[in-house]
Design a protein around this ligand. Structure first.
Ligand code: SF4
Ligand code: SF4
Length: 201
């Protein structure tokens, strides 16, 4: 915890206020993975942020590259009920003639997500959800006891966390204030001033 009345102390108070009050700091994520043991020391919760300035073909999380929400389809989960076909306002979904399940015309689909709640098997999922920093930290704090005994904590990943620097800063600041260890998985393709904003936590 920083000394009272220092710049860092005031920033922490500001973020705590922003995280907890009516004007929450929001960001876009595509997953929260609990009990992760490969993304920093101990047992960790990894928050995956959307958007990366690089488009590496070998990316291990390609669903995090785009800054926008995207419709994902898992054919192995589809049981061919046809619900989504009638729901789609763009008429982008049809029965697949090649295999079981459906085909999605990506030219017509605008990733609106209207079909997602109607897919009970979760074969259709929207990658990219707007969420407040407070909601994320509520999820992260559920495993505080595991962080304590294992030396773990919170890891921000993506995508590239520096691309949503206000959200990243808020999460790291509140985690630090709550005594939760923090780590950032970054491609490093960002300015030194943004790096400084995140690394001071
Ligand atoms: S995301 Fe929207 S446009 Fe795309 S398939 Fe689903 S309902 Fe249709
Ligand atoms: S709603 Fe889901 S399970 Fe049903 S056809 Fe569409 S993708 Fe398959």
């Amino acid at each position: 915890m920083p000394e009272p009345n220092t710049g860092e102390f005031r920033l922490m108070r500001r973020y705590r206020k922003g995280v907890q009050t009516m004007r929450p700091i929001r960001g876009k994520i595509f997953d929260i993975q609990r009990f992760s043991i490969h993304d920093g020391p101990g047992i960790r919760t990894v928050v995956f942020l959307k958007g990366c300035p690089l488009h590496c073909p070998w990316c291990c999380n390609p669903e995090g590259i785009s800054y926008e929400s995207e419709l994902a389809y898992y054919p192995q989960r589809c049981f061919d009920c046809g619900e989504c076909i009638h729901i789609c306002p763009q008429k982008a979904i049809t029965r697949s003639f090649k295999e079981d399940g459906v085909s999605i015309d990506r030219e017509k689909c605008n990733d609106c997500g209207a079909c997602v709640p109607f897919c009970s098997s979760k074969a259709l999922t929207l990658m990219g959800e707007e969420i407040s920093a407070g909601q994320v930290m509520k999820e992260v704090k559920k495993d505080t006891v595991f962080y304590r005994v294992s030396g773990g904590g919170l890891t921000l990943s993506g995508g590239e966390p520096m691309e949503q620097i206000n959200f990243t800063e808020a999460l790291l600041s509140v985690a630090k204030q709550d005594g939760i260890n923090t780590a950032v998985e970054t491609c490093g393709y960002t300015s030194s001033s943004l790096r400084y904003k995140a690394y001071r936590f």
